[in-house]
Design a protein around this ligand. Structure first.
Ligand code: NAD
Ligand code: IPM
Ligand code: MN
Length: 365
């Protein structure tokens, strides 16, 4: 029997709640496909800092090193609670960025997908949505402002200052460009490079390299759009996009906007892929405002599992089945609270209620 070792990093806030639903689906997938998923939970995030003294403990690193794939729940605390942890140990700087760096997960796939059957979840007008929303944000994940040189101090005038660099070299841009062109080639063969070359030199180099790499993909049309304009087009005409590629910080912001046009961040799964290892996580955070109430939407977490089945284990059909099962739960009129409007007639379900219904739909496929 094929066996895969999977590290489960539950994380903080709603993390453990939505991870439990992902595990429910993983157990069912294992049974249906006669594969063995060796699931091992490990501490990660603010909860790990309080229980183990570090937000990315050594034992978690060792488990992740051995794992065939990693599934990660969101990490982080509310603005106020974060102050209980020293700045460099806070889970974003102390765990998440080190995880990305450790496995060099430079290619972050954030699908923004809402099929027509559930297009009513979007706050956009039906005439804007048309046939539904379906594009892929590819975010460079281990470079740029996030990983550049950082300096803080007091200058000669006695003023506190900060200096953080947006750094890329051509190899870093080339590898994400290749991933983006290859993805576009498999889809509609249109790639949008999102940039700010009217101000940032990093974007000038970014677009130069995009153009050079594009010569190897003559069947893909590349279009260049300034990041500020792209933010507007995402609301006014998202249908023009199919694959969008951008640097780390732009991708952070525009992918949350992607969640906004779908109707909730709870609809945003993601895959973070490196040369040797990939990890899977929702695009959103730990949602401290709703944690512990069994009302979070686990779609993003189960969708991340579906992405893992396809991208790490080649289980394309079962991945499609998981997506299909989630869509059919919504199509039957069920909704998690984040997606329901006050006057809606939808049947509101809890986090574990959604997971149970997805499992039941999946069993029928
Ligand atoms: P957030 O993404 O946690 O929440 C923003 C809003 O979206 C909240 O109203 C929340 O309730 C809602 N939301 C998010 N996911 C949802 C889901 N699955 N179902 C229903 N509603 C959902 O952003 P924030 O509040 O700005 O950040 C909270 C913490 O999360 C911060 O510490 C931040 O650093 C961290 N964070 C972590 C990750 C990650 O682990 N990859 C990503 C983003 C933010
Ligand atoms: C995300 C998050 C992270 C990021 C934070 C928590 C460091 O917002 O995955 O989008 O900015 O990359
Ligand atoms: Mn983000």
């Amino acid at each position: 029997m094929t066996s895969y070792k999977i590290a489960l990093l539950d994380g903080d806030g709603i993390g453990p709640e939505i991870m439990a639903e992902a595990v429910k689906i993983l157990d069912l997938v294992a049974e249906r496909n006669s594969v063995n998923f060796d699931l091992q939970h490990a501490p990660f995030g603010a909860s790990a800092y309080f229980s183990h003294g570090h937000s990315f403990p050594e034992e978690t690193k060792a488990l992740c090193d051995e794992a065939d794939a990693i599934i990660k729940g969101p990490i982080g605390l509310s603005h106020e609670e974060s102050k209980k942890i020293p700045v460099d140990m806070q889970p974003e700087r102390g765990a998440l960025l080190p995880l990305r760096r450790r496995y060099d997960t430079f290619a972050n796939f954030r699908p923004v997908y809402l099929p027509q059957g559930i297009a009513h979840f979007s706050p956009l007008k039906p005439e804007i949505i048309g046939e539904g929303i379906d594009f892929m944000i590819i975010r460079e994940l281990v470079g740029g402002l996030y990983f550049g040189e950082k300096e803080t101090g007091v200058n000669e005038q006695g003023k506190r200052f900060v200096n953080e660099a947006l750094e890329y070299d051509e190899d870093q841009i080339e590898r994400i460009a290749r991933v983006a062109f290859e993805t576009a080639q498999k889809r509609k063969k249109v790639l949008h490079s999102i940039h700010k070359s009217n101000v940032l030199k990093s974007s000038v180099l970014w677009n130069e390299v995009m153009e050079e790499v594009g010569k190897d993909f003559p069947d893909v049309e590349i279009k260049y759009i300034l990041v500020d304009a792209a933010a507007t087009y995402l609301c006014l005409n998202p249908g023009q996009f199919d694959v969008m590629v951008m640097e780390n910080m732009f991708g952070d912001i525009l992918s949350d906007q992607g969640g906004g046009i779908l109707g909730s961040l709870g609809l945003m799964p993601s895959a973070c892929v490196g040369p040797d290892k990939a990890y899977y996580e929702p695009s959103h955070g730990s949602a401290p405002d709703i944690a512990g109430q069994n009302i979070a939407n686990p779609y993003s977490m189960i969708g991340s599992v579906a992405m893992m089945l396809e991208m790490s284990f080649g289980m394309e059909q079962e991945s499609r089945n998981v997506w299909h099962a989630m869509q059919s739960v919504f199509a039957q009129g069920y909704t998690t609270p984040d997606l329901s409007s006050p006057d809606s007639e939808a049947k509101i379900i809890s986090t574990d209620g959604f997971g149970d219904l997805v499992a039941s739909e999946l069993s029928k496929l």
